[in-house]
Design a protein around this ligand. Structure first.
Ligand code: MBD
Ligand code: FE
Length: 265
């Protein structure tokens, strides 16, 4: 059965790529290098890394056009379903002396009418202080810095974790070698991934960046948008530190989410 949307976009893509091949005189050897590249990148465990750094941000921009509610951010290649369900007070799973500076991340969740949404699931994942993701990079306990929390009745949420550093993609894999051949650097700015779920509302995939951070203006994936940047406050006063039951300075970041109702039909 003909699918009109598939037909429309695939036939245009086909024509666009064929024209491109003619324009650049892509010969058979080059064609075979390109197809092998795609196979190597997926079989080599990079999952969607290559398309995600080159293309995904455009798809989120298009989804975010003329839309109420919080903007989407790119998902990237490292989300995994089934992260641990945490209990309050929420702390993302971490090693005994997890490297990195403690960060509290909090905010409020409402619908587009401004009504608070309680019991929303927030599913977080981010890199550790070495810029590595659990369940992806070896040598990290499973589900480290991945976990699911829920908002309170008044829509508020708070989770404790550590501030991630900029993320450097693997330099020696297919994607890294391609990036190198283009003369680009390998970095994404520090970021925190979160996916929100609430019955009756659209799932929201977000990714938040930290104001003033390295690579924020120069993201390998070109995915930073002003409305996804949060400002961190640094707390170094003895009273603040004690109140949080800590023994070292920490950060706080805040972001309020607005969920959109599921479209009928
Ligand atoms: C990441 O952590 C990421 O979020 C994206 C989009 C690409 C590569 C690594
Ligand atoms: Fe990431």
């Amino acid at each position: 059965m003909i699918n009109q949307r598939v037909k429309e976009v695939v036939e245009d893509l086909e024509k666009t790529v064929l024209d491109f091949m003619t324009r650049h005189k892509i010969n058979h050897d080059e064609y075979r290098v390109a197809t092998k590249y795609l196979v190597d990148s997926i079989k080599g465990g990079e999952e969607t890394l290559m398309p995600d750094i080159f293309l995904e941000a455009r798809a989120t921009d298009i989804s975010n056009e003329d839309r109420a509610g919080s903007p989407e951010g790119i998902e990237g290649p490292f989300y995994l379903p089934g992260a641990p369900v945490l209990s309050a007070p929420y702390v993302l799973p971490q090693r005994k002396d997890e490297p990195g500076i403690v960060m509290f991340f909090r905010g409020r969740i409402t619908n587009i009418e401004g009504e608070p949404l309680g019991n929303v699931e927030l599913d977080f994942w981010h890199a550790d202080a070495n810029g590595e993701y659990s369940n992806i990079h070896p040598g990290i306990p499973d589900w480290n810095l991945r976990g699911r929390i829920r908002s309170e009745k008044d829509g508020s949420y708070e989770v404790r974790t550590i501030l991630p550093p900029p993320y450097e993609i693997p330099k020696n894999g297919p994607t890294g070698r391609l990036v190198n051949a283009l003369g680009r650097h390998y970095f994404r700015p520090a970021h925190m991934h979160v996916m929100l779920r609430q019955p009756g509302y659209e799932d929201l995939i977000s990714q938040l960046y930290f104001e003033g951070g390295e690579y924020i203006d120069n993201d390998l994936a070109s995915a930073v948008r002003d409305n996804l940047i949060i400002k961190l406050t640094h707390h170094e006063g003895a009273k603040d530190i004690e109140k949080r039951g800590l023994n070292a300075p920490f950060y706080e970041g805040q972001y309020d989410f607005v969920l959109r109702p599921l479209q009928a039909g």
